[in-house]
Design a protein around this ligand. Sequence first.
Ligand code: GLA
Length: 381
Amino acid sequence: MDYVKHALQLLEAKFQREAEVTSRAPGRVNIIGEHTDYNDGFVMPIATDAATYTSAAPRDDRLVRVFSTTMGEQAEFSLDDLQAKGAGHWADYLQGVAWSLGVDKHELRGVDAVIVSDVPAGSGMSSSAALEVSWALAMLGVAGQRHPDKKALALACQRAENEFVGMKCGIMDQLASILGERDSAILLDCWTLEHEAVPLPADALTVVVMDTGKPRQLVGSEYNTRVSQCKAASDALGVRALRDATMEDLEAAKDKMEDIVYRRARHVICEDERVFEVAEALREEDYAHVGDMLNQSHASLKDDYEVSVAELDLICEVARAQEGCYGARLVGAGFGGCAMALVRTEAAEAFAPAVKAEYDRQVDYVSRIFSVKADQGAGLV
Ligand code: GLA
């Protein structure tokens, strides 16, 4: 499907307007480095070929009218009266971005807009970051800013989610959507925001998303609890953030914290180390070792960080038993939603139906299994 064409036609059909700008912002799949970003640590996501598109035409007033095909509904708000509806309403992400761009002193205009997307919502591919980034690019585009600073844009979108929507997310998803590169994963330092591309050659490796069909539950509250537990750990360790602590530091300070806080910190510190191991193994094309690290990451997320659920564990187990699977782990926040597997490309076609058949046979949920490509980051099209 040609999403750009679809968005342009829909803008005409819904609002009888011709687009001035259309933006594209991808979803993301994180290869490794989970729950490390808000500890100022390291992550290694890809931007996906699945993306969110916003077509917008400027208005002469301060009204925003926007139709989302994903939600199947229209929202309206005024740039002079930005108020969260609450409960993670989709329009709050848009209002939040408008608010946050205002904090950065951008002068915005009212728009008529449509949003179309093939990033599956609520499953762990960060449809929310794709929405924020695509919306921010479109809003800035109609205001005459076609080449905004990428990192400032990511931070503005994160601020929208942290302070307007109320989810204390880190910076990974927004930066992944903006900085993605074809056939590469992005090794990102969430403190300095420095990044480099690590080869993920499509002819050798296929990233397969495995949506368990189990809706994510309690993500907001449980996620924010993890953020506080990590803060408790870094306070006990006397460091600014867990990225600055080693396993030796943690062992030495073990008595100063509750066991649960210790285990959360152990996950974060070891996960940061795994990010570098995976980057090195990818450069050396040692894919078996990459896979081992992914499996270890899952075990740590399950046992120490406690963000897995039985369905995520099962789908990863089923995946690992297939020919050509290097490793599998849950992706994103956890608590349901998606896992990912890294599969030898030659084996990828047979992999998806085999995992689906076995997983669907064992649980009441219906999985959706599909491969994604590491693609270019967001921009105007
Ligand atoms: C969510 C958040 C990210 C990150 C992941 C876990 O996707 O939005 O910032 O913390 O969870 O790695």
